[in-house]
Structures are given as C-alpha cells and as structure tokens.
Design a protein around this ligand. Structure first.
Ligand SMILES: [Zn+2]
Length: 451
C-alpha cells in the first residue's frame, strides 16, 4: 500500500509539474476596449481592459493593471462585444440554380459527403471572419460532416466557430423527401440526409445514434409529413436527448405541428412561418426559444410578399416577448450573391449578417437585435455557462467593430477584430489565421459527450 501511495505521489508531482509548465506557457493578452458592450443589459462601458490567459478571460475592468510582458491589443478606437451566433444554419449543403434548380434533393445526390464537409469548413471560416464565433448546424449536413467539422476545429486543424451539430434530422417516414418506392425501399435513399424513426423504439435509437456520432443538439422534423410526431413522441425524444445532455429543436411548418411542439415543450422551434400570435404567446409563457430563420428580400433571395409576412411574424414574436435568436437557414448559392457596388462575391458571413435587414424592417430595437445575436444565441446553443458573456472564467470569444451597434446595428457589418478561444483570427480587418493551423490534432477534444 505504501508503495502504491509513493507511486501515486510521484505521479501527482509529475502531473503538477506538467500543469505548472503549461500554466507558465499560457501568455497573457490584454485588450484595451474603447467601449465594451454587455448585450445582456444593452449597456456599454468606456475604456475597459480585458485580460485573457490561454483560452479564457481572467479579468475585466477599467482599472486593471496590465501585467508586464502581456501582449497588448489596442482596440481603444473600437467597440468590443461577444462573438455573434447564427442559431440555425446549414454549413454542409449548398444547393444551386445549376444544375439542380435549387432542389436540394438533387444536391444530396450530386455532392459527396467529403465535398460537403469541405464546403462546411470554408463556410465556417467565412462566418468567423464576419464575427460569428458560434454556429448551430442543424441537419442536412451529409454523413455527420457537421460533427466532423466541430471535431476538426476542436483538434486545431483549422479555424472556425464553435459548431453545435445536430447530425441528420430525425423524422417520421420520408423526412422532408418524397422518394420513389424503389429508392426508398431498396436503396435507403433517406439516409444520411434523414433518419426515419417512427415507433418509440426507433426514436430512442435515432436520438442515441446521433449523440454517439457527435450531435450536441437533436433536430426533430415535427410535421414534415402529415404522419408527424405526436406530443408523446416529442416528449420521448426530449427525455432521451437529455440523457446525452442534448436539447431538442423542432422543425415546424404547420400550425398543428407548432402546437404539438409547444405542448411537448421543445427547447427551440425552428421557422416562424407557420406560427400564429397565439403560438408566440404560449412560447413566451413557456420560455421556448424561436429560431425564426427570417430571410430578407434581396436580389439573390425571396419575394416581397414573403418578406412582408416574415417581418410581420418576427415583429409579433418580439411584441409577445418570445426569446428570439438570429438565425438564417442558409443553405443555397447563386450567381447574384455579389456586392452591387464592387461586383465582388459576398462571403457567407456577409450574406448571414445581411439578415439584419429583416430585423430592421420589423422595427426591433438595436439592443434587442444584439441580444438575439449574442446572449440568446448562446442560450440556444446551450453553452451560456461557458461562452458569451465577457466575464472572468468564460472562453475569450470577442469581436470588435467601429461605431456603436447599440446605436447603429449595421456597425456589425464591419467586424475588424475576431478572437476565438483567446486566439486572434482577425486583426485590423485582416484575417491572420496562421496560429490556428496545425500539422496534427494538437488539442485533444474534451470528448464527444462532455459539455
Ligand atoms: Zn434549416
């Protein structure tokens, strides 16, 4: 026994020594913020210092001493705030006018999982460049390309936002597809775009499989078919998801489906189109989050009539005090996605931030828009205890813009600085991602199941 204790003690000593060496190596970074926004309260404080050690924030205040040897980042001419969140998007699918006529059913046939995974990696970097440090990627992402991207980013292979992957959407027979009998029965055409799960046993199996393969949230197709999920089915999925620490998002496209999702108590409802003012009232009462996916009317997408409905629905949800997130449902591309002034392609990040048009048209106050894009997004991602607030103990996911988004939300279109996990991805408006790239998995992921 004594021998064992001695071995244990020396092991402990080695471990402790390793730890202190690691701690010594963590460089201190000090950000001088001209203005620091707290999106929770919608207020800003002038001339703040943010201290960062390794991946996390260690201090915030106006009178903080900057330790000697600290790397100082001067953002005294800028407004500093937490990174932004797209609470509902699809990074690993890009349907096009040619050749598939915007029919994603065909994209799934023509674009391989590896190709879609690479698209997702590029989309992730483009989103990070526009200040999106967290992205919920909820379905239609090939064979777990979303989970693979999260893992690759965690391991240090490439820069990207914190990805909250759902894996394939779980639905009753057919998912969102209408396949032929032979493709369905003999070629299993549903998978991996959807997991068919009808009986309680199948629902439990599907939820467990997604969590096994890396999902951090569970996406259910509530009413993609008339034989969608009952309140009991949805409750079962919620209970099972909770065993793996996951919350459930319900895709909703009918009023009946919305009511079932609300009655079952899903965490998030995706898509605002089918929701009525009464649904909004109930969602606010129950604290159900809305990922409305509020598409603006632009030369590359939408119609005026659809936009009017979208704006009215978003405004009603806001008036009813539903917990709103900024969400896009982005999954398409066409030749018109160019800056009209320069003729240059718009990036995925610029296209995403352009959803501000809907929020402005709905007359939502800037502080509320900012809360939807940050704090509420972190809640939707279920990581608010770790990321989001610029406070000691939280991961350093920090962006900076000229001007003041609390007075002019369009200031967010001009992100000059991006830090993710304490590492600088963009500075002075220029991407400097070199430090994110590594020749191997330099960071061991915390494990698929740990939060
Ligand atoms: Zn979607």
């Amino acid at each position: 026994m004594k021998m064992r204790i001695a071995v244990f003690c020396s092991l402990l000593a080695v471990l402790t020594a390793g730890l202190s060496v690691g701690q010594q190596k963590s460089p201190v970074t000090a950000i001088k913020a001209g203005r620091l926004i707290d999106p929770e309260t919608g207020t800003a404080a002038a001339n703040q210092v943010i201290l960062i050690e390794g991946e996390k924030i260690t201090g915030v205040g106006s009178n903080l001493a900057i330790p000697s040897g600290a790397m100082v980042i001067d953002l005294s001419q800028l407004t500093v705030l937490p990174g932004l969140v797209d609470a509902h998007t699809h990074m690993a699918i890009t349907y096009k006018e040619q050749p598939e006529n915007n029919y994603y059913y065909l994209t799934y046939i023509t674009d391989s999982t590896p190709l879609r995974a690479i698209q997702a990696a590029s989309n992730g970097m483009q989103l990070l460049n526009s200040g999106f440090t967290v992205v919920r990627d909820v379905g239609n992402n090939a064979l777990y390309a979303d989970a693979a991207l999260r893992q690759a980013i965690e391991q240090g292979w490439l820069p990207g936002p914190t990805v909250i992957p759902s894996g394939p959407m779980i639905g009753s027979t057919g998912g969102q597809f209408w396949p032929t009998p032979e493709m369905y029965k003999y070629h299993n055409i549903m998978f991996p775009e959807y997991i068919d799960a009808n009986s309680p046993d199948e629902i439990v199996r599907a939820v467990r499989e997604n969590m096994l393969f890396g999902a951090r949230t569970i996406k259910l197709c509530i009413d993609c078919k008339p034989w969608g999920y009952s309140v009991d089915d949805i409750k079962l999925a919620i209970r099972e998801a909770a065993t793996g620490g996951c919350k459930v998002e319900g895709h909703v496209q009918t009023a009946d489906g919305a009511q079932r999702a609300i009655d079952a108590g899903v965490y998030i409802i995706a898509h605002n189109n089918a929701l009525t003012p009464e649904h909004h009232r109930q969602m606010a009462e129950k604290g159900i989050i809305l990922a409305g996916t509020d598409t603006p009317f632009t030369p590359y997408r939408g119609s005026e009539a659809a936009f009017k409905r979208t704006v009215a629905n978003l405004r009603d949800a806001w008036k009813k005090k539903v917990l709103l997130t900024f969400s896009t449902d982005f999954d398409y591309w066409n030749e018109r996605m160019k800056d009209p002034k320069t003729g240059e392609w718009l990036t995925r990040g610029e296209l995403t931030i352009n959803f501000l048009e809907t929020w402005k048209a709905a007359g939502i106050p800037q502080a509320d828009i900012l809360r939807a894009m940050t704090i509420n997004g972190y809640k939707a991602a279920d990581i608010i205890s770790q990321r989001g607030p610029i406070k000691p103990g939280f991961f350093a996911d920090i962006i900076a813009v000229p001007g003041n988004p609390l007075g002019d939300i369009d200031a967010l279109r001009n992100v000059q600085f991006v830090m993710k996990n304490g590492m600088v991805f963009k500075k002075d408006g220029v991407m400097t991602p070199e430090k994110f790239f590594h020749p191997g998995p330099v960071k061991t992921p915390s494990g698929r199941w740990s939060r």
